[in-house]
Design a binder for this molecule. Structure first.
Ligand code: BTX
Length: 324
């Protein structure tokens, strides 16, 4: 309800402080009894609120959940994540976001799920979502850009995730072109961007972000265990998923505004500051060939520049990269 949203906002604006019942009552124009009712509702949702007589209410903790309440409590964005669709189980959050786009969902709308039974990666690959311990999120964007520019949004999303992880943990994530986020050389996040529109102009882009957050080592399937990691494994402690989601939305909103105003160049610089493969010998496997060479950098459009052993420079639009 709008009142509940306003209460979540009051707590967000006054984090770590007591808010008096009188203040809430005046701000929202509701009775003390009504406030009491909303506080109880938040408690049943797993929000830990202390109430001190004559002082007020304060939030002292929450569970590791990603419901709309969990996301909005502490969210500092203007638009991103203001509309949250949450599901216990979906085939893929990308599919739900797709349907929402056709129903006219606003830019910045997000879809989250605890379980994905058909989570997907690029090229029809599978993406594993550790139930209750991972983030599976799709963000709807509606930029007016030509389709060839869309891959830049994948790189932008990678910067947003890397910088969000750096802000809420002590970790130093890296990006492997185009879309893997690695910590200590293991994959902690994958990003998949899908778009709608015609050949001249995009109408929407759905950015899918999968992050391993609180899984322990033995919780990964055998086929990925040697290449995957989670924030918990690397940080050595659990972290609230809602905090990471909020940080990503904040970074995305900021970077996206910069991108729309100034284009890709400022994003490119940030991307390069996280890049792991630049200057190294890599193998790039495209749909038609395998090229071995040195990664020189990315172009102003976001493609990878690779110099092979004969000195020839290749511009790579899409490939799997392994670092030699
Ligand atoms: P990708 O094609 O770069 O990576 C997929 C590959 O990564 C798989 O083939 C597998 O080897 C490995 N992999 C699968 N699951 C994991 C995992 N949990 N951790 C590490 N490695 C893994 C990356 O594609 C894009 C992933 C996007 C996922 C999000 S989740 C929300 C949204 N919904 C959806 O269905 N996809 C996106």
């Amino acid at each position: 309800s709008p009142v509940k949203e306003q209460i979540l906002k009051l707590f967000t604006d006054n984090k770590d402080e007591f808010i008096s019942g009188e203040y809430i009552s005046k701000q929202l124009g509701i009775s003390r009894t009504a406030i009491w009712k909303y506080m109880n509702e938040l408690k049943t949702e797993g929000i830990d609120i202390v109430a001190v007589r004559k002082v007020g209410y304060k939030i002292v903790g929450k569970l590791d959940k990603i419901t709309p309440t969990d996301i909005k409590l502490g969210l500092e964005t203007k638009q991103f994540g203001r509309n949250v669709f949450f599901y216990e189980e979906v085939e893929s959050t990308q599919n739900i976001a797709n349907e929402l786009v056709f129903k006219g969902a606003e830019e910045g709308t997000i879809v989250l799920a605890e379980r994905q039974v058909k989570g997907r990666g690029r090229l029809q690959r599978n993406w594993v979502t550790g139930e209750g311990k991972a983030i599976a999120m799709s963000i709807i964007l509606k930029p007016s850009i030509p389709p060839k520019v869309a891959p830049q949004l994948t790189l932008l999303a990678a910067v947003a995730v890397a910088s969000a992880i750096s802000k809420v943990t002590n970790l130093k994530p890296n990006i492997k072109w185009p879309n893997d986020i690695l910590i200590n050389n293991k994959k902690v996040c994958g990003i998949l961007t899908e778009m709608h529109g015609d050949s001249d102009l995009i109408s929407s882009v759905i950015v899918g972000i999968g992050i391993n957050v609180n899984q322990e080592k033995d919780e990964f399937p055998n086929d990925i265990i040697s290449r995957a990691t989670s924030i918990r494994i690397e940080e050595g402690k659990k972290i609230l998923r809602s905090k990471i989601v909020q940080a990503i939305l904040m970074e995305m909103e900021k970077l996206y505004a910069i991108f729309l105003e100034k284009g890709f160049v400022p994003i490119k610089l940030l991307w390069e500051s996280y890049a792991i493969s630049l200057g190294r010998e890599i193998t790039a496997t495209t749909y038609s060939e395998t090229i071995v060479g040195k990664a020189l950098g990315i172009t102003e459009e976001g493609q990878l520049l690779l110099q092979d052993e004969e000195g020839k420079i290749h511009t790579i639009y899409s490939a799997d990269i392994s670092i030699i």
